[in-house]
Design a protein around this ligand. Structure first.
Ligand SMILES: Nc1ncnc2c1ncn2[C@@H]1O[C@H](COP(=O)(O)OP(=O)(O)OP(=O)(O)O)[C@@H](O)[C@H]1O
Ligand SMILES: [Mg+2]
Length: 322
């Protein structure tokens, strides 16, 4: 397995949607050239209508290009044999509403001619992997949007594909579900899979993608490693623990020797809202019933503590023991 083995290549890939009379209506994709390498997570980023879904459908051979070509595993996308090595999660759910999770995966497993014993093993493993164990016997018509995304992802993985195309895998998912799907995607990469996903939530894409392409109105606007694209080259950042006030003064004095350098900020790092939210929910799951009380109530509780001694409180008796 070569680190730079090309899994997807597009050359001048162009799509013009035509109207009923065959007249050009929308130029959805303009002369796209890109390569995706084995083992990477590649993100297609762009606002609504920028051509992400069109690109994915062209890669799968579900749409024919107006111009140009795309190759998957070195073969033209029109070659259907490649589909056995690809998993696809479409933007919209297309699964049968009257089947339950187990039946859905069984059905797709049969389509791929997976032997019964292996099929059952994969169905169980995938249901577990996408967190639908409790809902495995429920019909998909009863599923919430996030649950539909999860079963869709499981379906995309039933054939143990080498290349996985996910069109907005986290749409409709809450932050916990999003974090779980992101973990699943990272695990797939660790197993050596190549993943292409689309999305427009910047924080999620930043978090998970090795490289991204930014599309705007069907044109490729930027492509590269996320780490490089996000590095602000002309800013140097120091992170220092336990720096006393004199230390800050000394740094300012040193900087004064470089007239072109301007001190942009000396501050404390912040976490993201996403990290805070996830931490709180996870802590709450680990220690249920431990309610956070507002500062004022906390002060009141402190004052009232001797009176409350011996009375069981709703945080498992913590206050009573203190
Ligand atoms: N079947 C179609 N017929 C005509 N125009 C289409 C068709 N499908 C997509 N388009 C147009 O092509 C352009 C790109 O659409 P596409 O669905 O690829 O965007 P997208 O980046 O996936 O957007 P979103 O974030 O909303 O999913 C849009 O202008 C859209 O209106
Ligand atoms: Mg789309």
């Amino acid at each position: 397995m070569s680190a730079h083995e090309v899994v997807i290549e597009t050359r001048n890939l162009t799509k013009v949607y035509r109207d009923f009379w065959g007249r050009p209506k929308v130029q959805a994709l303009k002369a796209l050239d890109l390569k995706v390498y084995r083992g990477e997570i590649f993100g297609l980023l762009g606002p609504n209508g920028s051509g992400k879904t069109t690109t994915i459908k062209l890669l799968l051979g579900l749409l024919f290009p107006t111009e140009g070509e795309s190759l998957i595993f070195g073969e033209p996308t029109t070659n259907v044999a490649k589909n056995e090595r690809i998993g696809y999660l479409p933007e919209e759910s297309y699964l049968y509403k009257f089947l339950n999770a187990e039946e859905t995966l069984e059905f797709y497993g049969k389509l791929f001619k997976i032997a019964p014993q292996e099929r059952r093993r994969r169905v169980d493993q995938l249901i577990e992997r996408v967190g639908l164990k409790a809902a495995r016997k429920r019909q998909l018509r009863e599923y919430s949007k996030g649950m539909q995304r999860r079963i869709g992802l499981a379906q995309a993985l039933i054939n143990d594909p080498e290349l996985i195309l996910l069109d907005e895998p986290t749409s409709g998912l809450d932050p916990i579900g999003t974090a779980e799907i992101k973990d699943t995607i990272r695990n797939l990469r660790a197993e050596g899979k190549t993943i292409v996903l689309s999305g427009h939530l910047l924080a999620d894409m930043q978090d998970i993608c090795d490289r991204i392409a930014i599309l705007h109105r069907g044109e490729l606007r930027e492509i590269g490693k996320v780490s490089e694209l996000l590095t602000v080259q002309d800013i140097t950042q120091f992170k220092i623990r336990n720096l006393p006030e004199e230390g800050k003064e000394a740094i300012r004095e040193v900087l004064a020797r470089f007239p072109d350098a301007s001190l942009e900020a000396i501050d404390h790092p912040t976490t993201t809202l996403e990290e805070l939210f996830l931490r709180i929910v996870r802590e709450s799951e680990a220690r249920p019933g431990l309610r956070k009380i507002g500062e004022e109530q906390e002060a009141a509780a402190q004052a009232a503590r001797p009176v409350l001694a011996g009375v069981p409180s709703d945080n498992g008796g913590e206050a009573a023991r203190n």
